[in-house]
Design a protein around this ligand. Structure first.
Ligand code: HPA
Ligand code: ZN
Length: 326
């Protein structure tokens, strides 16, 4: 109804989107055919039926498997194009996109293939939709820091075309501290730093992301709410949290959408934003996430407007571009 139209039309920035997580089953099947890659699924329905998760690792296993169909720069461009076309329909004006080079280099795909395909999609989105975009290179935290360094060195020729670095994959048992040196190197190279923390991991991982990785933004951050001191610090520092409601529901970070803490975050003075994380796997793009959170928690236009405003405030936009969006 009216609130849905308001949500759809609301100009937004998307700050937490894994491009490999935007691979829809239809494109997965088409690329499998194009590249002669074997999948354990025969139909789109079989793929969707497999998307039942009770924790982060259940999802990651199937997400890395799906990414195996991506082989050429054209594949990565097509993946990015599909995301930006869908984001444009949700009134996304700016998107900062995660990608996982190690998922591809481990299969023998050179990082340059990934970079060139995704950079082409970003440029195309600017021309076709007027969406500004940038890429954030994520290190896989289940691998060791030496592998992260090797990835960072391999990305050297493209560093001036990256917004920043991030940290994703299996959180528990892989604290931010493990990546302190490679994040310091990224900071010294002038890159922004973000990290997933407090999705499944404890509040101490959020503190480590702040103190040891010097993050400019926090991805998820849900479990920070368990620590009043940490909440006070995040509020005081106006730290942006990239919250992902449908992801939280699908990965059982929350039991139900009516138990989601998004409005509590705003009430605590946190700069929370709404994002889609892995929309092809979690059942919705960014406007679907706003709608689900609004329905679950009874968010009004003022709260939804604040969340959208926060998304631009939390973006890595030059001041001159930021004012255009506020
Ligand atoms: N958490 C950790 N790793 C990920 C996620 C996530 O939500 N999505 C894709 N990789
Ligand atoms: Zn994520």
């Amino acid at each position: 109804p009216a609130l849905d139209r308001f949500i759809l039309a609301l100009p937004k920035a998307e700050l937490h989107l894994h491009i490999e997580g935007s691979l829809e089953p239809e494109l997965m099947m088409a690329l499998a055919r194009r590249n002669r890659v074997d999948l354990p699924f025969r139909t789109v329905e079989e793929v969707r039926a497999a998307y039942q998760f009770s924790r982060l690792q259940d999802f990651l296993d199937i997400y890395y498997q799906g990414a195996a169909v991506l082989r050429t720069a054209e594949d990565f461009r097509d993946l990015g194009r599909a995301y930006f076309d869908r984001a444009a329909a949700d009134s996304v004006r700016h998107a900062e996109i995660f990608f996982d080079p190690q998922t591809h280099t481990a299969r023998g795909i050179p990082i340059g293939i990934v970079m060139e395909g995704l950079l082409a999609a970003v440029e195309e989105a600017r021309v076709r939709h007027g969406i500004t975009g940038g890429l954030i290179l994520c290190f896989l935290r289940h691998l060791d820091e030496e592998e992260a360094f090797a990835t960072f060195r391999a990305a050297e020729p493209w560093l001036d075309r990256l917004l920043g670095v991030g940290l994703d994959s299996s959180e528990l048992g892989h604290p931010p501290a493990k990546f302190a040196r490679v994040f310091a190197a990224a900071g010294a190279a002038g890159l922004k730093r973000v990290a997933h923390a407090g999705e499944e991991g404890p509040p101490a991982y959020v503190t480590e992301a702040l103190d040891l990785l010097q993050v400019d933004r926090l991805d998820h951050g849900n479990r920070a709410l368990e620590s009043p001191e940490l909440v006070a610090r995040l509020a005081r520092d106006a730290m942006t949290l990239t919250v992902c409601p449908l992801s939280n529901l699908k990965l059982c970070v929350v039991d139900a959408m009516d138990a989601h803490p998004i409005d509590r975050m705003l009430a605590l003075g946190l700069r929370a934003t709404i994002n889609s994380d892995d929309p092809a796997y979690f059942g919705g793009y960014v406007a679907d996430n706003y709608r689900a959170a609004a329905a679950g928690r009874g968010l009004d236009r003022a709260a939804l407007g604040q969340l959208a405003r926060n998304s631009f405030l939390g973006a890595f936009l030059p001041e001159a571009d930021l004012v255009q969006h506020l």
